[in-house]
Design a protein around this ligand. Structure first.
Ligand SMILES: [Zn+2]
Length: 240
């Protein structure tokens, strides 16, 4: 059977003498793996169109198992992203989280669009040489991905008592899945709560309310980035 996919190459690893196994997030089938035969030979035509971080129309022939990639036509190879070390580092970080969080063969149009728009936003920031935007985009992408996969972070009210957030004494608790008001940390395993700035909370709200294309316009200080990053990293440790 021949299958056609629109997919983004997440990563690949060597197999056998000259082959590779590609992990691809596809619109039609979700995350899949398939064999790219002979692509490590010097003259392999298919190799260039199966690089990591490439959007391509991919043909796979499969009876069962991994099947075999027989064709790939590049739609977008994100060439500016790949020439920009900051963009590449953050994008690989984003894709590694994506690969860990997303299960095989669970297609989800919204998740596909989010991934595609993330890479497009990274590409635009790379074209415009806005290196400092790459961290913002990666954090925004991670929070939006968590949200799409059902790990909604509570940032509008206290996750424990539902009360309003007092600007001064809010903290973030990954196990509870959101922010705690000043009265709640002591009843919720204080040692696991992280301080979070009110600007960082606003940033997370903006991430959730905006799509990837407009998210790059959010203005924030390095301190706020760092505050959001601490919370996101801690939450990922709990979740993954
Ligand atoms: Zn509370």
């Amino acid at each position: 059977m021949e299958y056609k996919y629109t997919g983004i190459i997440l990563n690949k690893r060597d197999a056998g003498e000259t082959d590779r196994i590609c992990t691809i997030y596809t619109l039609e089938g979700g995350k899949i793996r398939s064999l790219a035969k002979g692509v490590r030979k010097a003259q392999a035509k298919l190799a260039a169109s199966l690089e990591n971080i490439t959007l391509a129309d991919i043909t796979i022939v499969r009876a069962r198992g991994l099947g075999k990639i027989t064709g790939s036509i590049v739609e977008n190879n994100f060439s500016f992203l790949k020439q920009d070390i900051d963009a590449l580092t953050e994008a690989f970080g984003g894709l590694a989280i994506f690969d860990k969080m997303v299960d095989y063969e669970h297609p989800d149009d919204a998740v596909f669009v989010l991934l595609k728009e993330y890479l497009e936003a990274v590409e635009i920031a790379a074209v415009e040489k806005l290196s400092e935007k790459q961290i913002l985009l990666r954090l925004g992408f991670t929070i939006k991905l968590l949200d799409s996969l059902g790990y909604a972070l509570e940032v509008d009210k206290c996750v424990a008592c539902g009360g309003k957030l007092n600007e001064k004494s809010i903290s973030f608790n990954s196990r509870s899945g959101g922010v705690l008001c000043g009265n709640c940390p002591s009843q919720h395993d204080d040692s696991l709560s992280l301080p979070i700035s009110s600007n960082a909370i606003k940033m997370i709200r903006l991430f959730l309310a905006n799509n990837m294309a407009t998210l790059g316009k959010i203005k924030a200080s390095r301190q706020d980035y760092d505050s959001v990053r601490l919370v996101v990293d801690d939450f990922l440790r709990w979740t993954l």
